[in-house]
Design a protein around this ligand. Structure first.
Ligand code: OSB
Ligand code: MG
Length: 376
């Protein structure tokens, strides 16, 4: 496949409701989409960085910069036989996994279309449907949270994840657990605690949580091993696993019992599959994390989640929970039993709404095998 054209564009999209985590509140998303043409077929990918470096170190603007000045110039005009060759071509550029992932994933979509197979088949996934949970932002009071949890359970979601931070943790979890004694329940701290908080985090043990996600520092594996030895709740790592070596290290150190795989955070489908494989070899369950994506990122998440190690419900939920209108057709829909049917048509399996995307675009840049075109 020859990479003939790459278009990078920034879209403004407003979440229906603000999403609060331990690091802040998000509502106005600045989403980057990549369209990549290879041998006449065009594939799509999404860069899942947030607007500010509050989750990891990447942002919308760092991704724009790194793709514009490094990734696109290296890839344009290149001949590759499969998308799995991309990481090696970009390995010289340190970090910036989300920027790399957006471009690599677009090539995966193009390759699947060229081969006439659904993306999940190319990824060697086999599930026909995936199981969904939801991630709920921090609320004013435990009572507000309980109301929200009930609503999501009534929609069919099979696992509820609560965002927590110091001062908004134990009482909130206690209220939800009291009301719903049997549900699959987890919490996500996004690095809001320190190892010295272990006695406090131990209080969560009584609520039979499926896991506590990334309680400690975003880039630190070892202290999670120390914490895991002090609490019963299984630790799930998110932020600090950006490749398969990290997964191997975390497993060897017993720093976690579960891993959340985010396509962007680990650098794209090739790396995600490696993380998945390491976890599977060691009997560590994985699930698909979310980054408040548009439909493009969501479609990639669905394809990834078909791989056999994804045995826990992911944070991949319906388009309409996030957006008044999504960029794909049909939108991502969740059944009454909390599942998403995996599309069986070639590539991502959703139609990309070009006109709608065009209307939301505030800047774009295109590289072709011979020249670069800039437009406002
Ligand atoms: O840590 O999983 C996270 C959203 C933004 C940044 C980090 C995280 C999240 C979520 C939301 O939990 C998942 C989603 O619904 O997309
Ligand atoms: Mg998380």
């Amino acid at each position: 496949m020859k990479i003939e054209m790459i278009t990078l564009r920034e879209l403004r999209m407003r979440l229906k409701t603000p999403f609060e985590t331990s690091f802040g509140v998000t509502q106005e998303r600045r989403i980057l989409l990549v369209e990549l043409a290879a041998d006449g077929v065009s594939g799509w990918g999404e860069i899942t960085s947030l607007e500010s470096p509050l989750f990891n170190s990447e942002t919308t603007d760092t991704a724009w910069h790194v793709i514009s000045d490094y990734i696109a110039p290296v890839l344009i005009g290149k001949e590759v036989s499969t998308a799995t060759e991309l990481p090696a071509l970009l390995a010289g550029f340190r970090g910036h996994e989300m920027a790399k992932a957006g471009v690599e994933n677009a090539l995966w979509d193009a390759e699947a279309q060229q081969k006439g197979v659904p993306l999940h088949t190319l990824l060697r996934g086999s599930r026909q449907e995936i199981v969904c949970g939801v991630s709920l932002g921090i609320r004013e009071t435990p009572q507000h949270l309980v109301v929200k949890v009930r609503e999501e359970l009534e929609s069919g979601y099979q696992r509820i994840k609560l965002k927590v931070k110091p001062g908004k943790d134990v009482a909130f979890v206690a209220a939800v657990r009291k009301e719903f004694p049997e549900i699959l329940l987890s919490v996500d701290a996004n690095s809001a605690y320190e190892l010295k908080d272990a006695p406090h985090l131990r209080k969560l043990d009584e609520f039979r949580l499926l896991m506590i996600e990334q309680p400690l520092q975003w880039d630190e594996i070892h202290s999670h091993a120390k914490l895991q030895a002090l609490i019963n709740t299984p630790i799930c790592l998110d932020e600090c696993i950006t490749n398969a070596r990290h997964a191997q290290t975390a497993i060897e150190l017993a720093a976690c019992r579960i891993i959340n795989i985010k396509l962007g955070r680990v650098g794209g489908h090739t790396s995600a599959r490696q993380v998945h494989d390491v976890c599977r070899e060691h009997g560590i369950p994985v699930w698909c994390g979310g980054m408040l994506e548009s439909g493009i990122g969501r479609a990639h998440n669905i394809a990834m989640s078909t791989q056999p190690g994804f045995t826990l419900p992911g944070d991949v939920s319906a388009s309409q929970r996030y957006w008044a209108e999504d960029v794909i057709e049909p939108e991502v829909e969740v059944s009454r039993s909390g599942t998403i049917r995996v599309p069986q048509t070639p590539g991502l399996g959703f139609r990309v709404k070009r006109n709608f995307i065009e209307r939301l675009t505030c800047r774009s840049r295109t590289w072709t095998a011979t020249r670069a075109v800039v437009s406002a």
